[in-house]
Design a protein. Structure first.
Lengths: 281, 134
């Protein structure tokens, strides 16, 4: 006996919220269905499975009408269903449950646009007029929420700026997960302060007042280093003597304009002056 | 012209009837509560702020259940009554909703419900012991 109790307890601990919400709504529907059966004339059922079956069919009926109405509204580029969607859904449901549905041909008449011609709606109108009112047996606590939240009381009401989002969508994640706070460190990650600039400390000192990224016309030259296997306009730097050869070849013509320095360690430092101003490469 | 006027009047009457029906929905309280109906509607992606439309769906569901129950009641009453010895028992006839009547009623609505009459421990339960393979 104790082992059975333990097994039952283990089963109930899995996903309690979803199960309890579904069970709660199912038990409420069962109460309503039993009230309707009592009004028809029944006093009892032979087994609990009979009442459960009828309750399950009731929930499926509700959901099928909702799905049909939602699909009709979505087909018309709308997210909110209106009376036309519901009546069309009821007509489709009546088509599957009965042999004929009088008034269905005039439902989509472009001249009249009147829904009361539908037999389904007329039957419902007669039902409301003739049937006795049967209020629900137990009072339900009224939730202080606006709109449809899917019956989920754990979901908080949306803030005013989020009202444009439909309520049936899941809530947004915590803002700390997707909002990156702006920090001052980002402004320091400028190229001038990176390691590729030689003598950046002196550069920072002599630069003076920064003018929001705009470079002055006359500015000091910037010397930077490049890797060994860098490509310089059509060829990789293969040997140390390449510069020397180039200098020897071009000395006559570009000697005044181009000046190449020897490599220092594993890196090459280029420094070139061109007649058209202080252009340092 | 006459035909146009008549159709206009008919349309006006139809609109008035529809408006009156929707207004009567606010006075009529369905058995299924609005919150419960909203829960199932939202579960299926139905979104509507108008309470009257939610009540319309609730009334349609109530009518469906009432129709099914009344059809089952007719099947129950159509069954030949058993021989009653005690006169008191005949007067206090209690109507019991059985799975048999419910399945017959639901068949007309396109729902096939089959309920097994009994459950057995194994496939060979109830068989003749001589023919049972051990």
């Amino acid at each position: 006996m104790n082992k059975k109790r333990r097994r039952k307890a283990r089963v109930n601990s899995e996903a309690p919220d979803d199960q309890s919400a579904a069970e709660f709504s199912f038990s409420l529907t069962r109460v309503a269905v039993s009230q309707i059966c009592l009004s028809v004339g029944y006093t009892s059922t032979d087994t609990s499975s009979t009442l459960n079956t009828l309750t399950l069919i009731t929930t499926k009926f509700l959901q099928s009408i909702a799905e049909l109405a939602a699909s009709f509204s979505n087909s018309a580029n709308r997210t909110e269903a209106n009376l036309f969607d519901i009546v069309n859904g009821l007509q489709d449901t009546a088509l599957s449950t009965s042999d004929c549905f009088p008034g269905g041909s005039t439902l989509h008449n472009t001249e009249s646009h009147c829904l009361i011609k539908s037999a389904v709606l007329r039957n419902l109108s007669d039902f409301v007029a003739s049937a006795f009112e049967i209020p629900f047996a137990k009072p339900l606590p009224r939730l202080e929420t606006s709109g449809s939240h899917g019956g989920d009381s754990t979901r908080m009401a949306r803030s005013p700026e989020m009202r444009s989002f439909p309520a049936w969508l899941p809530p947004f994640p915590d803002s700390s997960l997707y909002l990156e706070p702006y920090t001052k460190e980002r402004s320091d990650h400028l190229w001038e302060n990176s390691d590729s600039v030689i003598g950046r400390e002196t550069f920072v000192e002599t630069s003076g007042v920064r003018s929001s990224g705009r470079l002055p016309l006359r500015r000091a030259s910037v010397r930077f280093k490049m890797g060994r296997d860098c490509s310089n306009g059509g060829g990789s730097c293969k040997s140390d003597t390449r510069l020397e050869r180039r200098r020897d070849d071009n000395d006559g013509e570009y000697g005044r304009e181009f000046e190449a320095k020897k490599k220092i360690g594993e890196e090459y430092i280029y420094c070139a002056d061109i007649d058209a101003g202080e252009w340092n490469m | 012209m006459n035909h146009g006027q008549q159709s206009g009047e008919a349309k006006h009457e139809d609109d008035a009837a529809l408006t009156e029906f929707l207004a009567s929905l606010m006075d009529y309280t369905p058995t299924i509560p609005d919150d419960l109906v909203e829960h199932y509607l939202a579960k299926s992606g139905f979104q509507c702020p108008d309470v009257r439309l939610i009540r319309l769906v609730a009334v349609a569901t109530q009518k469906f259940v009432a129709d099914v129950a009344s059809d089952a009641l007719q099947h129950c009453r159509a069954r030949p009554a058993p021989v009653v010895k005690d006169k008191k028992q005949q007067k206090d006839k209690r109507l019991v909703l059985t799975m048999e009547d419910l399945s017959k009623a639901l068949r007309e609505y396109g729902v096939n419900v089959k309920h097994p009459e009994y459950f057995a421990d194994s496939p060979s339960t109830g068989m003749d012991p001589a023919t049972r393979d051990e």
